[in-house]
Design a protein around this ligand. Structure first.
Ligand SMILES: Nc1ncnc2c1ncn2[C@@H]1O[C@H](COP(=O)(O)OP(=O)(O)OP(=O)(O)O)[C@@H](O)[C@H]1O
Length: 242
C-alpha cells in the first residue's frame, strides 16, 4: 500500500552563499502492506516527521521513490498531491488541528463542504461517523468545550469522512492522558481491524509503538535492520503479530 524506496533527504541550512546540507534520511526502504499497522519509533530528531511528510507529499525527497496504492506519486505537482491526499490519506495529529470557531459537527463535515456536497448528505455522513466514534452527543460542542480525547476523535472523524484507505498518525497520543491514550489506541486498532485501514504511526512512545503489526526503529535517518548493523535490535523490534 505504501512503498518508500531508497529515500534520501537533506535540508539546506545557512545563509545564501554559505549553505550547508544536513542529511536527515539516508536510504530508507519501507514497504507497508494493505491492512497493516506499522509503527515507526525513534528519538527526537531521528527523522520520523520528515519521513511522514515525504509519505504525504509535504516534502519532496532529495532522492528515492514513493508509491502509494500502486501509484508512483514521487513527481506529483502540489495540486496532484492535494487531490491524492483527499482521496487516499487521512491524518491524525498530536494537536488535533480542529478549527476553534467550528463545532465538532462543522469540523467533521468540512471536507464534504469543500467537495460541494449538499447539506442533507453532509449531515447524514457526518452524523454517522460521529456516532461510529462515540462522540455524536458532542456534535454541537466547540473544541474548547471538549476533552483532549474527544477532540482527537473529532479530528479522526474529519480524517475518515472521505473514507481514505490509509491513516498517517504523528504522535497521535502525545496530548492525551493515559486513559484517553488507551482508548485512542483501541480505536485505531478497531479502524484497522473492522475497516481495513492501513496505518503508519510515528511515535517515541513504546506503548503506542506496541500496537503495530510491525515496529521499525529509525536512528540517524536509517531504519534499523540487519543490513546496517543492528540485528539484535531489529529482531526484538520487528515483532510480526498474527
Ligand atoms: N525544515 C527543516 N529545515 C532544516 N532542518 C530541519 C527541518 N525539518 C527538520 N529538520 C531537522 O531534521 C532532523 C529530523 O527532524 P524530524 O522532525 O524529522 O525528526 P523527528 O524524529 O520527527 O523529531 P521529533 O520527534 O522531535 O518530532 C532534525 O535534526 C531537525 O532539526
Amino acid at each position: 500500500m505504501i512503498e518508500l524506496r531508497q529515500i534520501e533527504h537533506a535540508f539546506t541550512l545557512g545563509r545564501k552563499g554559505q549553505e550547508r546540507r544536513v542529511p536527515v534520511l539516508r536510504g530508507i526502504d519501507l514497504t507497508i502492506r494493505k491492512g497493516e499497522i506499522v509503527t515507526l519509533i525513534g528519538r527526537s530528531g531521528s527523522g520520523k516527521s520528515t519521513l511522514l511528510h515525504i509519505a504525504s507529499g509535504f516534502i519532496r525527497p532529495t532522492s528515492g521513490r514513493v508509491s502509494i496504492a500502486g501509484l508512483d506519486v514521487t513527481d506529483y505537482s502540489e495540486g496532484q498531491w492535494a487531490d491524492f491526499r483527499r482521496r487516499y490519506l487521512g491524518f491524525v495529529f498530536q494537536n488535533f488541528q480542529l478549527i476553534p470557531s467550528m463545532t465538532a459537527f462543522e469540523n467533521t463535515e468540512l471536507p464534504l463542504v469543500l467537495q460541494g456536497l449538499p447539506a442533507g448528505e453532509r449531515r447524514k455522513q457526518a452524523t454517522e461517523i460521529l456516532e461510529k466514534l462515540g462522540i455524536a452527543a458532542y456534535a454541537d460542542h466547540y473544541p474548547s468545550e471538549l476533552s483532549g480525547g474527544q477532540q482527537q476523535r473529532v479530528g479522526i472523524a474529519r480524517s475518515l469522512i472521505l473514507n481514505p484507505p490509509v491513516l498517517l498518525a504523528d504522535e497521535p497520543t502525545g496530548s492525551l492522558d493515559s486513559e484517553n491514550e488507551e482508548q485512542l489506541l483501541q480505536l485505531l486498532q478497531t479502524l484497522n481491524r473492522d475497516h481495513g485501514i492501513t496505518l503508519l504511526i510515528i511515535t517515541h512512545d513504546d506503548k503506542v509503538a506496541s500496537i503495530g503489526n510491525r515496529t521499525m526503529r529509525i536512528e540517524d535517518g536509517r531504519l534499523a535492520d540487519p543490513a546496517n548493523g543492528s540485528p539484535n535490535e531489529y529482531r526484538k523490534l520487528e515483532v510480526v503479530k498474527p
